[in-house]
Design a protein around this ligand. Structure first.
Ligand SMILES: N[C@@H](CCC(=O)N[C@@H](CS)C(=O)NCC(=O)O)C(=O)O
Length: 362
C-alpha cells in the first residue's frame, strides 16, 4: 500500500506532468514534427532585427533563428517568426510559445536565475548609449542640464538610466514609453532631448531611422554592459545545449576562417577542430542528437548564417555602418567559454573602452 507521502508525491508528479508547459524536454522532437523552429523576434532595429520591404524578417538576431533551423531541420528557411516585445518576451519563451527568443536581450543574473530561462550565449556584447540631435551642441551627458530622456520600459535600459542619473546626480527628466517605436517617435518629434538604448540599436536608428543621419550624434559615453543573446526555457537541457552550440559553431567557423566560399577546401583541412566542426571526423552531431553535417549547414546554406553574423548585417553601408572591429568573435584563452566580444561595440570603428566579459563565464 502507498504511504501518504508517497501518494502525495505521485499526485504531485501527475499534476506537474499535466500542467501546460510543465514538461518541455522534447523541443527537438516537437520542432521536427512541426517542421519549423518557432523563433521569437522583436524589432530591435536596423541590422539587428527588422522586417524588410518584402515583409521578411532580416538582421543579425534573425539570422541566428535561421542558423538553429539549418542545424536542426536542415533548412535555414524552416523558421516561423513570432513577434514579441520587451513585455511579452520572457513569459512567452518560458511558457513554450516559442522555442527560443533571439533579440537584443541582455543577459542578467535575475533573468538567468529566476525566470525559468537560460541564456545560450552572448552573440553581441553591447553597451547602453545615448543619441541626441546635433543641434543640442554637446556630446557629453554631464554638460546637459534638465535634459529629457526617452526610454523604453521593462528593459535593462530603463533601470540603468535611473541608476546612472542617481549616482551622477543629474537633473534629467525621464519619459518612459511602452515600446521601442513610441520611444523613437517621441525622440524624433523632439519630445525628448535624448533617447537611450543599446548602442547598436542607436547606430541603426541614426543610419536608417532618421532622414539625415548627420543631424544626430551618438555620444561616446557607454553607461552599462549589455551582453546580448538568445534565450530558451530552462527545462529542456538538450535543447539548451543545441542552441548554445549553434552559437559556438558559428563563432568557431568565424574564428577558423571557415566560410561558404572555402568549404570544399576546408573539408580537406588537417586542423582537427575544423574537421570535427564540418563532420569530416564524426561525433559532434551524434552527441547533440543531430546529423554530422549540422554545423557545415550553418556555413553553406544560402543565407550563410555564420558569415551573416560577422559581416552581412554590419558592414554594408546600407546596414548600420558599424564595423565589428575587435568585437569580432574570438575565444579568449583564459575563458572557459567562447566570448563574442571582449571589447565594447564601437560605432566609430575603433575600440573605445575595455570591458571584462563576466556573463558568459561558467
Ligand atoms: N537590452 C535591453 C533592451 C532590449 C529591448 O527590448 N529594447 C527595445 C528597444 S531597442 C526593443 O528592442 N523593443 C522592441 C519593440 O519595441 O518591439 C534589455 O534586454 O532589456
Amino acid at each position: 500500500m502507498l504511504g501518504r507521502s508517497q501518494f502525495l508525491g505521485g499526485a504531485l508528479l501527475i499534476l506537474l506532468a499535466t500542467l501546460p508547459g510543465a514538461s518541455n524536454a522534447d523541443t527537438l522532437d516537437r520542432i521536427k514534427e512541426r517542421g519549423s523552429v518557432q523563433c521569437g523576434v522583436n524589432r530591435s532595429g536596423q541590422g539587428l532585427s527588422t522586417v524588410n520591404a518584402a515583409g521578411e524578417w532580416v538582421g543579425f538576431f534573425v539570422d541566428f533563428c535561421r542558423a538553429v533551423a539549418a542545424a536542426t531541420l536542415k533548412s535555414a528557411s524552416a523558421v516561423e517568426f513570432v513577434e514579441l516585445n520587451q513585455r511579452t518576451r520572457f513569459d512567452a519563451t518560458r511558457d513554450g510559445a516559442v522555442d527560443l527568443f533571439s533579440a537584443n536581450t541582455t543577459w542578467t543574473l535575475t533573468r538567468d536565475a529566476s525566470m525559468g530561462l537560460q541564456f545560450a550565449a552572448t552573440l553581441y556584447y553591447d553597451g547602453q548609449g545615448f543619441i541626441a540631435p546635433t543641434s543640442l551642441a554637446t556630446k557629453k551627458l554631464k554638460d546637459l542640464k534638465q535634459a529629457t530622456v526617452c526610454v523604453t520600459g521593462n528593459t535593462t535600459t530603463e533601470n540603468n538610466l535611473a541608476e546612472y542619473i542617481k549616482v551622477n546626480r543629474l537633473d534629467f527628466k525621464i519619459t518612459t514609453l511602452t515600446s521601442n517605436d513610441s520611444a523613437v517617435s517621441a525622440f524624433l518629434s523632439r519630445r525628448c532631448d535624448l533617447y537611450t538604448t543599446d548602442r547598436l540599436a542607436l547606430a541603426g536608428l541614426r543610419a536608417a531611422g532618421t532622414s539625415k543621419p548627420d543631424d544626430y550624434v551618438v555620444f561616446s559615453e557607454i553607461i552599462s554592459k549589455e551582453p546580448l543573446g538568445p534565450i530558451v526555457r530552462s527545462d529542456d537541457a538538450a535543447w539548451f545545449t543545441i542552441v548554445k552550440w549553434v552559437a559556438f559553431a558559428m563563432i568557431a567557423a568565424e574564428e577558423k576562417g571557415v566560410a561558404s566560399t572555402n568549404l570544399a577546401h576546408m573539408r580537406n583541412s588537417s586542423d582537427p577542430e575544423i574537421r570535427r566542426l564540418l563532420g569530416v571526423d564524426p561525433g559532434l552531431g551524434k552527441a547533440l542528437g543531430l546529423d554530422e553535417a549540422w554545423a557545415a549547414r550553418l556555413i553553406e546554406q544560402p543565407r550563410r548564417c555564420a558569415e551573416a553574423l560577422g559581416r552581412a548585417n554590419f558592414r554594408p553601408a546600407e546596414a548600420v555602418g558599424v564595423t565589428r572591429g575587435r568585437c569580432a568573435f574570438r575565444r579568449a584563452p583564459s575563458d572557459r567559454g567562447y566570448t563574442a566580444c571582449s571589447r565594447g561595440a564601437d560605432i566609430a570603428g575603433k575600440v573605445t573602452e575595455s570591458r571584462i566579459l563576466v556573463a558568459a563565464k561558467g
